[in-house]
Ligand binder design. Structure first.
Ligand SMILES: *Cc1c(COP(=O)(O)O)cnc(C)c1O
Length: 365
């Protein structure tokens, strides 16, 4: 069998070392004689794990003491609802910076619970973050929402916007733990784990304490940050195994050198691919403005800016034949998408780079 290199956007590749640990611990978790899968969430075993992972998150991101760390059900989209349900009551309105499919979806969900103001100019083609000077921020907004990495469109923030005192809320689902972040600049940071820090089913939420205690009365308890903070994320049965895997991934990140190392590798890996795209003189085409290109998800077309269907099909087929998989672009944008998350190695990216060069040489004659 050929060696598989998984460039999928999510659920995405997990580090091989983490699989080794999971395999060892699967049926006998920490010498309990049973699996974590059949352990009560009220045991000391699970309580210790719950505390341990919060500590790792706090260490990695240098989370200030006045922030709670929550592990919640419902993934990223659960939080699309939780954000307005927990925060919009203050003024009844919220600002959304829409830079791609995910922030657009977050804004749509929020509209169910209050007035949503889209601060960025309308567009149907997301290729850059509109300059901050063009955003129509409302000083009366309960919060400003951004998506720091648009997984589908391949657009990433490399700055923290100035919201003039209005709490900043960020969906970091697809670039969580890929670089250091000044948490104190945010009111809330959240994300589903299955892109860069684990598997599906759990959202990691980091919330500033002064933003608690203002949920709408209709907020379901399982989405209520205040209720969950009080219950230390064990209100009901949490997605324990997903939380456990996230913990093992975060410990792996620490062993590898932490977030500075992840950032260094992310830049290195994505640059390898972007450089090939640039050097191909239009054979490969990356639609996103250079200043906003994602280090995590690299969408591109082949043959022309609109893509050449036959060439793209041939590219994907040839890639799969040598083990380079899950490279098909999202159905909304088509083409190819290579995701270069933390678990993807430089060697794997080099294998893709070599294939891209060979494919280009073959077809550009
Ligand atoms: C995948 C993704 C989501 C949705 O996560 P789910 O866990 O599937 O609900 C939200 N935001 C971003 C940026 C994502 O990449």
């Amino acid at each position: 069998m050929v060696k598989i290199h998984n460039f999928g956007a999510g659920p995405a590749k997990l580090p091989e070392e983490v699989y080794d640990i999971i395999k060892k611990e699967l049926t006998n978790y920490e010498n309990s004689g049973i699996s974590l899968l059949e352990t009560s969430h009220r045991t000391a075993t699970y309580l210790n794990l719950n505390t341990e992972i919060q500590t790792v998150v706090r260490r990695l991101l240098n989370v200030p003491a006045n922030y709670k760390i929550l592990f919640l059900s419902g993934g990223g989209q659960g939080e699309f609802a939780a954000v307005p349900l927990n925060l919009i009551s203050r003024t009844g309105t919220a600002d959304y910076v829409v830079t791609g499919a995910w922030s657009a979806k977050a804004a749509k969900e929020a509209k169910k619970y209050g007035k949503v103001n889209i601060v960025t100019p309308p567009t149907d083609r997301y290729t850059e973050i509109p300059d901050q000077s063009t955003w129509k921020l409302d000083p009366n907004a309960s919060y400003v929402h951004i998506c720091t990495n648009e997984t589908i469109h391949g657009i990433e923030f490399d700055f923290i916007p100035d919201t003039k005192g209005v709490p900043l809320v960020a969906d970091m689902s697809s670039n969580f733990m890929s670089k250091k972040v000044d948490v104190s600049k945010f009111g809330v940071i959240y994300g589903g784990a299955q892109k860069n820090i684990g598997t599906s089913g759990v959202a990691l939420v980091i919330v500033r304490e002064d933003l608690l205690n203002q949920a709408l009365p209709i907020c379901p308890s399982i989405l209520d940050w205040t209720v969950n903070a009080k219950a230390d994320s064990i209100l009901n049965t949490p997605p324990m195994f997903a939380i456990y895997i996230m913990g093992r991934v975060l410990q792996w990140i620490e062993r590898k050198g932490g977030l500075d190392k992840m950032a260094e590798l992310a830049t290195k890996k994505s640059s390898i691919i972007y450089n090939i795209i640039e050097e191909s003189k239009g054979f490969y085409y990356a639609p996103v403005a250079k200043k906003d290109r994602s280090r995590m998800n690299i969408p591109f077309r082949i043959g022309s800016p609109q893509g050449n269907d036959a060439l793209e099909k041939e590219f994907l087929k040839g890639a799969e034949a040598i083990g380079l998989i899950q490279l098909k672009g999202h159905r909304d944008v088509g083409g190819i998408r290579a995701s270069t998350y933390n678990a993807v190695t430089v060697e794997e990216v080099e294998a893709l780079a070599k294939y891209m060069k060979d494919f280009y040489s073959k077809h550009s004659k």
